[in-house]
Design a protein. Structure first.
Lengths: 107, 107
DNA sequence: CGTCACTGTAAGCCATAACTTACCGTAAGT
DNA sequence: ACTTACGGTAAGTTATGGCTTACAGTGACG
């Protein structure tokens, strides 16, 4: 399941920072590293994880590599949350229907 | 930021299993533990993390504690992904408008 | 009050992963 | 060809966190 990798990838704060910077447009590794308090190799490693999670893509220009958000990856994550949202609503509804009884009425 | 805690919480597979089981309705710690290959204390710890992330709530009945999804927590996570989705679309659009850079290697 | 059922917490172990420095390959400019 | 710029990879260190067992606390019930 890809949403699993996506969630794992976005769990780390630093990696999330890297990811969120790509929302503003394509960025090279050096550009991202310059704005973060970690080394360039660290950024490289984060980018690798994000890429393996399908969240970003890369485009090479000379020796530079521009990373960008990948639409499909976002869709998967979005669908997971949305799907869960639907289930949650159903659950809330069931709970509400059972009334405010705070006792164990389960058989 | 709460979505941060939510993402961290949902990163772990076991914890995600715990969380997803709550989508089917309220559950006690013992019930959840019985369905998972980890000990009850482990489940307890996962529930604590999920609760601190605002994703679930608890309701005590006797010595039992029923955990349930928390609507607000879901909303926050959903909004984060949705907001990102919007930004991503804008980014995609910008990239498209800039046209394809033909220096891109085939990859 | 004594016992049982249910659960949270503490302590310790160990796998994971995030970070660093060092190194290597590659592309462009002179 | 040499130099510079850019970035991926390897190796090693260290912090994080998920798991287990042992223990403590609380409510229901005879």
């Amino acid at each position: 399941m890809a949403y699993s990798d996506a969630l794992t990838a976005l769990a780390d704060p630093t990696r999330r920072s890297v990811f969120e910077r790509l929302a503003g447009g394509d960025r090279s590794v050096g550009e991202i590293a310059a704005e973060l308090p970690v080394s360039r190799p660290a950024v490289s490693q984060h980018l690798r994880v994000l890429k393996e999670a399908g969240l970003i893509g890369e485009r090479q220009v000379g020796t530079r590599r521009y990373y960008s958000l990948r639409r499909d990856g976002l869709v998967e994550l979005r669908d997971y949350v949305e799907g869960f949202w639907e289930e949650a609503l159903a659950s809330f509804k069931r709970t509400a229907e059972r009334g405010e009884e705070d006792e164990t009425s389960d058989g």
